[in-house]
Design a protein around this ligand. Structure first.
Ligand code: ADP
Ligand code: MG
Length: 268
């Protein structure tokens, strides 16, 4: 069974197409990359996958998440899907965090929601233990201190780790990461990428990894869909698509990545 199936998705605003006839699917434990230049429709596709589209943008076609139709589904159904099947990590960790709440409180919330759904009470010392355990799993140093901190008191990389912890708290089958390393410095980028890679493998989660950065995507996924101007221009296993790109646009992405590598290594 597929976890996420997008079939013939169209997104329009005022009748103008933003995404056209897009299809992709992700099975349990599979890792798929969505790559393309800025404005190609990657984020809108991810939002459509979880029913989070802005109101002005109209979807048609079919999106099923955990076997449920997302397009036209009531909020009640979408909330349940988002809490159990799919969780989001965004480019800017502050999107997921409330500036006025201590980190520990924020991580506790999805943990409690998940526990309620499982018919389990979770509060007090037990909740505290689970919060600290989760912060440890995303390799945050001194989890007690981090739990007591407000988002502005920790670094950008630490905030992204907290956002990842919150996404994991509901134990989703599918993690959707939309440019999760783009806002971070290069060293932190590599660490967060490694963390996501490790967590997805350990937990057997499926991953939809969105990025404009080809080398980043190639490192973490098995298959890719290349988007340009709202259309999927190429799709397949990473090695095939990047090793022997068929579409001009994919070729230009590969050439740019190679030129960048060469520049880093100081070779012409
Ligand atoms: N809320 C919105 N209202 C109107 N247009 C939007 C909105 N969000 C995105 N768009 C447009 O849809 C296109 C795709 O956007 P997006 O999915 O964010 O691209 P990407 O994530 O690939 O950079 C862009 O042309 C963008 O301007
Ligand atoms: Mg985007």
């Amino acid at each position: 069974m597929s976890l996420l199936t997008i079939d013939g998705l169209n997104l329009t605003i005022d009748g103008k197409p933003l995404v056209s006839n897009l299809s992709l699917s992700i099975g349990p434990g599979e890792r798929l990359g969505l790559i393309g230049e800025s404005g190609s429709g990657k984020s809108l596709t991810a939002m459509a996958a979880t029913g989070l589209l802005p109101r002005a943008i109209l979807p048609s076609g079919s999106v099923t998440l955990g076997g449920q139709q997302v397009i036209g589904a009531p909020d009640r159904v979408l909330d349940a899907l988002r809490a159990t099947v799919a969780a989001f990590v965004f480019q800017e960790p502050l999107t997921a965090l409330d500036p006025l709440l201590r980190v520990g409180r924020q991580v506790a919330e999805p943990l409690q929601r998940r526990a309620r759904r499982d018919g389990r009470a979770l509060a007090g010392a037990a909740l505290n233990r689970e919060v600290l355990a989760l912060l440890e799993q995303v390799a945050l140093p001194q989890p007690e201190r981090i739990a007591r901190s407000y988002p502005h008191e920790i670094s950008g990389g630490q905030r992204q780790r907290v956002a990842i912890a919150m996404a994991l708290a509901c134990r989703p089958q599918l993690l959707i990461a939309d440019e999760p390393t783009t806002a971070l410095d290069v060293t932190t980028q590599a660490e967060i990428l490694k963390l996501i890679d490790g967590l997805v493998r350990e937990r057997g989660m499926a991953l939809l990894f969105i990025s404009h950065d080809l080398p980043v995507v190639a490192e973490i996924v098995e298959r890719v869909v290349v988007m340009r101007k709202g259309v999927a221009v190429e799709a397949g296993p990473v090695r095939e698509v990047f090793g022997a790109p068929r579409h001009d646009y994919t070729r230009s992405l590969v050439a740019a990545a190679k030129a960048f590598d060469a520049a880093l290594e100081g070779t012409p």
